[in-house]
Design a protein around this ligand. Sequence first.
Ligand code: FMN
Length: 319
Amino acid sequence: MAKKVLGLSFGRKNKNCDIMVKTALMECEKAGCEVKFMHVDSMDIKPCTGCISCVVGMTTGRGKGGCVLKDDFHILDEALMECDGLIVACPTYETSVTGRFKAVCDRIGPSHDITFRKATYDEGLAAGKPADQLPDPRSFKKRVGAFIAVGGAMVENWLEFMLPLMYEITFSMGTDVIDMQKYFGAMAYEHVLGNEKQMARTRKLGQNIAEALAAESDEERTKWRGDDEGMCPVCHLNMVNILPDHKTIECPVCGSYGTLDVDGNGEIHLHFTKEEQDRSRLRWGGKLEHSTEIKTQAVGPGQIPDLKERLKPYIGYAE
Ligand SMILES: Cc1cc2nc3c(=O)[nH]c(=O)nc-3n(C[C@H](O)[C@H](O)[C@H](O)COP(=O)(O)O)c2cc1C
């Protein structure tokens, strides 16, 4: 059966992001994939209200990870569930992803967290629940993804938070990112269609997704196909947090801890043990650690018996 590739653009209609995603999809189609494109900004997708009914439903066994908001998200959700490959392009706004991009990430997670959904699925199945009351089994499909970050500014550092934050769209569903393209200086061209170097890189990104989808082993499927290996072996990015002990470093995308050293040539090296790599929130181990901490440590209503009284001075204050 043909593999399905979904392309999402968060840019302006028929501008850079749209055309780059469609260019990558055309390569996937040439390789025999079924493709679908969505211009996300044309959809009515409301921001998450934080009600957490998606997670509470799963942890209490009453829900299957659905959202109570009524809008177009279900159309995007169905396309996400169907796809095997995901290509996402986003413009840079203020060095970061757009508001709509973030809204979509919040709506996908934690409701779609594969560790929450798997536990709910397995427990429901064991309890004899009918299929329509269980999380969608397509949630557990192994998917590959690629990012395209577009920025108008002439210097790369005005796209600084793009690729780290674009990972948010993969966190909960566990999509394995195999390639990324950073296009800066977009405003020096009327349109990316006049920038053959970037167009060629986008075609390569599409071919990389098709290649990953055709792989026979999991190792081959998840193989990194980007230009730069990056310093973090899991997310392939170079962002580093230095922790208060001034000895430990952290990859902020993965949440993995490590160490840093500088060799005789002044070159910086980051070290993450295999255990820490497996604790990455991009991997099952890191997601399970997170869902377990929520399940075991989050408290429900009733912990503060006089909460209503304590809230009174704040209700309506200075509004
Ligand atoms: C509100 C806003 C903020 C922007 N901030 C940045 C920025 O921080 N860095 C950058 O490189 N480009 C910035 N840009 C330029 C866009 O990233 C650029 O126009 C991009 O091509 C938009 O993608 P599109 O052509 O697919 O719509 C900004 C544009 C807007 C509208």
